[in-house]
Design a binder for this molecule. Structure first.
Ligand code: ADP
Ligand code: MG
Length: 347
């Protein structure tokens, strides 16, 4: 199950509209890459192309060095799990999972024994004989996963498979994915519009925006070192403070924050993450600011601050602090970066 998948400059047009533009992405064996993007960004189209359910207008899909151009879907060794599980409702759970082995000519006994091993993995062995029309949403999706894995695919493609489940069931599926990865080490492409899901499940995230990959990198890099304002926004970064860079320091009404090396002097946005800033005493840090808003998120609180006397809403910064920070609007506080230098982008 541990093959290497490459998309080489894949484009796809429908009529005059190009929905994928020169997508290049490599997924190393046994790694899980999340394709993160808004609805309509082209995620499903790219998965369908990998699965052989759609063809690129140009570019190629390569698995373990083999160009899959012209290879029919069922011969690709690529399994796709959809948001809707698409089980055969008249078949039992075990026969759904055994289906492709039966189609390949295995005896009923061999196919069912093989299927049972995968039902154990997804913790549904107890329900093997149940009609699959009588399962809950979470159980159906486990069967769909078992059915995909039982085909022993070279690549496992998941198209928003957990998005219709409630948050508790979703967390259960995340821990099941950990078990599957530990046991079988499949190469996975996970499509999602949920940045938390991408961060929990994947080793790396590729951000797709209007058919283009904006950045692909390890999960932490996408959060703390976004390439652009769009990536910062898509990963949930709340800060984009306009200012100027000079000698590796970002200057704005909020203060002077050292940022990463290698950027040219000139206009730039400070995108330091809300979790990477601490509120300290007013005279202690590189900046003294006023608290302009406080929003409780339950276990966390968002604190909005602005420069003293600021009138521009652009020059606010949001800080996420654990629990209740015990501060009030109008109070003067200092800011300090936690375990990091600042991060700035120019576009
Ligand atoms: P996502 O999965 O990210 O929501 P899709 O890959 O489904 O996005 O769609 C990307 C874009 O391609 C959308 O604008 C969609 O309307 C368009 N599209 C997808 N499939 C077709 C098709 N068969 N014909 C025409 N347009 C399509
Ligand atoms: Mg989709």
């Amino acid at each position: 199950m541990s093959s290497r998948l490459e998309f080489n400059t894949i484009s796809r047009s429908y009529g005059d509209t190009e929905v994928l533009h020169q997508i290049s992405l490599t997924v190393q064996p046994s790694r899980c890459v999340a394709l993160l993007g808004a609805s309509g960004s082209g995620k499903s189209t790219l998965l369908r192309i990998a699965a052989g359910l759609d063809e690129p207008s140009s570019g190629e899909v390569v698995v373990d060095g083999e160009n899959l151009d012209g290879v029919p879907s069922e011969q690709r060794g690529v399994a796709l799990v959809f948001q809707k599980p698409l089980l055969f409702p008249h078949l039992s759970v075990v026969d759904n999972v055994a289906f492709s082995a039966r189609m390949a000519g295995q005896s009923r006994k061999v196919a069912r024994d093989h299927a049972m091993a995968y039902l154990k993995l997804v913790k549904l062995a107890d329900l093997a004989q149940r009609s699959s029309g009588r399962l809950s949403g979470g159980q159906e999706q486990r069967v769909a996963l078992a059915r995909a894995l039982a085909r022993n695919p070279r690549i496992l493609l998941l198209d928003e498979p957990f998005s219709s489940l409630d948050s508790r069931l979703r967390d259960e599926m995340y821990s099941l994915m950990d078990d599957i990865r530990a046991e079988l080490a499949p190469t996975i492409v996970l499509v999602t519009h949920d940045r938390r899901e991408a961060s929990v499940l994947a080793d790396s995230i590729a951000v797709l925006d209007s058919g283009r990959i904006l950045q692909h990198g390890p999960v932490a890099q996408l959060h703390y070192q976004p390439a652009t304002l769009s990536v910062n926004r898509i990963l949930g970064g709340l800060n984009a403070v306009p200012g100027n860079l000079a000698d590796g320091v970002h200057h704005s009404a909020l203060g002077r924050f050292p940022v990463q090396p290698g950027l040219r002097d000139g206009p730039a946005f400070l995108t330091v993450r809300q979790e990477a800033i601490r509120i300290i005493g007013p005279a202690d840090g590189p900046a003294t600011v006023t608290v302009t808003g406080i929003k409780s998120l339950g276990a966390h609180t968002l604190v909005h601050v602005a420069s003293l006397g600021s009138r521009s809403s652009a020059e606010t910064l949001t800080v996420e602090v654990p629990g209740d920070p015990g501060i009030r609007i109008g109070q003067h506080v200092g800011l300090q970066l936690v375990n990091t230098t600042g991060w700035a982008v120019t576009q």
